[in-house]
Design a protein around this ligand. Structure first.
Ligand code: AMP
Length: 137
């Protein structure tokens, strides 16, 4: 399937809509999920136009996973959590709702998580967490 340039993460990458950015480099962007499944729920995306994990070249994927690792480390150090869930959905059938490859980093244990993309969080709280995590990156 061809990449949809109008998906919401493509718009965030272009700066057409705002996000609570925690990290950016030449290849990747990390920002807060606004319907967090736990405090500090962060998304890492490649700048490369890929819909799923099967659509990204290996070198781009390495850059993306390097950012995933950096953000996970920042989440652990700033939020003081023991565990971070790494989740990644491929295709609508698997529950993917935004067709731009992304990795969910969710601090907390899987059993404690709220529903996926279910309920908007407190935007002031999310903004404050973004600043805290960003300061460790
Ligand atoms: P998925 O269902 O795996 O495609 O995940 C998409 C995620 O994007 C969900 O967890 C949503 O809460 C999140 N989301 C949707 N719109 C936005 C947005 N504008 N800014 C940040 N996160 C978003």
């Amino acid at each position: 399937m061809s990449y949809d340039d109008n998906n919401i993460f493509a718009k965030i990458l272009r700066g057409d809509i705002p996000s609570f950015k925690v990290y950016e480099d030449d290849y990747t962007l990390a920002f807060m999920d606004i319907m967090p499944q736990a405090d500090g729920h962060t998304l890492v995306i490649p700048k490369f136009k890929a819909e799923t994990l099967l659509d990204i070249p290996a070198d781009e994927l390495i850059h993306t996973m390097t950012t995933v690792q950096k953000v996970m480390s920042a989440l652990k150090s700033t939020l003081g959590v023991e565990g971070v869930v790494l989740m990644q959905l491929n295709g609508e059938a698997a529950g993917q709702t935004v067709p731009h490859l992304h990795f969910h980093l969710i601090p907390e244990h899987l059993r404690k998580l709220k529903g996926h993309g279910a309920e908007q969080g407190d935007m002031e709280k999310i903004k404050a967490l973004a600043q805290k995590i960003s300061s460790a990156l």
